[in-house]
Ligand binder design. Sequence first.
Ligand SMILES: [Zn+2]
Length: 174
Amino acid sequence: MGVCSDERRTILLLSSLVGEDLRLTLLHEMCHIGIGGGYSHGPRFLKKMRRIARLGEPKLLEDIERYDGTSDARRVAALRAQGQPVHEISFRQRIESDLDALSDEHYARSWPTIRRVLAEQNRLAPSEIDRFAPWAKREWRRLGAEGRSLAAADKAFKEGRLPAGAKKLLRSLK
Ligand SMILES: [Zn+2]
């Protein structure tokens, strides 16, 4: 609903936001100032949000709980209380799935950037990613290469050109 850019010193907000939604979204975006990367909802961001919540904006707590894991934990506890089985995926599956999702848009990003995002998403320190998922860096390199070739194929497709692989195949058939 909003975007905060440190480089451009700008906060963009959806023009349809009004009243409380507008106020809460603006406060959320203001907490991104100086932290870098609009997707960063890590400990520093959450610390600012908690301070504002304490100072008189308790509604922000809902937003905070979405990012600090409280909402997820509550949902799982509620399902368990109803006797519903909760399917838990392994740590490795979760990291692999996060990397895969990140590679859709951010395949060109360096491993240190991705490691930081991954750490925030999983509420770990970047060094813990190295320790608990030592294979993740190699997996990111593979996904990065895959993302780049997919993007090249996409571009070729949009421009009506044949992808390099298909051209080679045609040449070999001549
Ligand atoms: Zn945000």
